[in-house]
Design a protein around this ligand. Sequence first.
Ligand SMILES: Cc1cc2nc3c(=O)[nH]c(=O)nc-3n(C[C@H](O)[C@H](O)[C@H](O)COP(=O)(O)OP(=O)(O)OC[C@H]3O[C@@H](n4cnc5c(N)ncnc54)[C@H](O)[C@@H]3O)c2cc1C
Length: 374
Amino acid sequence: MTRTTFDAIVIGGGLVGAAIGYGLQRQGLATLLLDEGDIAHRASRGNFGLIWVQSKGLGAPHYQRWTRGSAGEWPGLAEDLRTRTGIDVRRQQPGGVTFCLGEEEFEARAATMARMQEEAGNFGFEYRMIRAAEARDMLPGIGPAVTGVSWTPYDGHTSPLHLLRGLHAGFMGLGGTYLPNAGVTESNAAARDFTITAAGRRFNAPRVVLAAGLGNAALAPRFGLHAPVVPERGQILVTERAENILPMPTVSLRQTAEGSLMIGDSKEDAGPDTLTQSPDIMRAMARRAVLCFPWVAELNLVRAWSALRVMAPDGLPIYDQSGRFPGAFTANCHSGVTLAGAHANRLAPMVAAGALAPELSLFSARRFDVRTAA
Ligand SMILES: Cc1cc2nc3c(=O)[nH]c(=O)nc-3n(C[C@H](O)[C@H](O)[C@H](O)COP(=O)(O)OP(=O)(O)OC[C@H]3O[C@@H](n4cnc5c(N)ncnc54)[C@H](O)[C@@H]3O)c2cc1C
């Protein structure tokens, strides 16, 4: 690669950076995607693969709207990637359920869903609370501990690794430049004029997008931005392949296109540690899965891992543009699979145009500024 001047530089080759890079390149912008090497924390390679809408945005209806918008972009994104790259990202969006074990969980879930609908206003929010007897017809094999489920038509799942591969292949197929083992070492910011040093080389562009996951916390201040993200560890269990019997994903258990069951929606504050897993959490996850579907107890676990979510203090995404250095943007979220459609199809065109749309102003990190909040 000899080129050093680009229309845009995206820092971070995870799901967020790759989706935005893909979208920018599709807009006709010559884009450089800089990525660290294998030492990097990469939520994008350790996640659960849900395109999940139903519990997003309680108390923050703008987040529900953005998430739903992204789920709506997903069929087009998956088809676009398949056509351009031949990679099938195994998207399925048949709706999804959250299990309730016991009356108390069912009542609490019903209250949450009712509030989601109320907060959605005219935008609407379709859901049903379904008792176990009826849920059994939807999801055969449900155990007696299940009181019922919440259901929405918006949810789905995909293969996150095929998605990441598809976005990278799509990006490069469109002429994008990907540079791995290229952690940013130096940067110089001026309005619409950025110089970034990585892998011992200097690159220039009038636009830069910080999409480095947890790395954004350190990068953002260099560009007059703020990204107070911290790690939240999640653990995942994978079973051997089973008969294809789960017709839709649930928030804590889904069946992959290949037949394995993935189990997991744990959340822990464990700092930057992804090397260890906690048997107590793994046991609790497996136990809940067996209570939901007793037949799962017969399956062998074949893999388990932990990975770090990228969390803002309120759990919502951060999308920002620098007031001091126009042309610099941040993008962080804890649902990079779900939001891939919005990142590629909606956010990237905003970056290309040079400014975020007003609908994203509530996602600015200025919401964490005490003076702004006051
Ligand atoms: C256990 C678990 C389950 C999850 N389940 C789901 C789910 O079901 N659905 C869903 O939507 N989301 C889920 N997520 C969240 C999703 O995986 C993340 O939102 C998404 O992967 C974040 O992508 P990212 O690109 O921001 O970060 P990452 O994947 O962490 O990537 C960041 C990238 O930035 C690069 N980088 C960092 N610093 C620098 C630097 N200085 N210079 C250059 N490059 C740099 C790194 O190399 C890395 O490639 C889950 C996450 C976890 C951990």
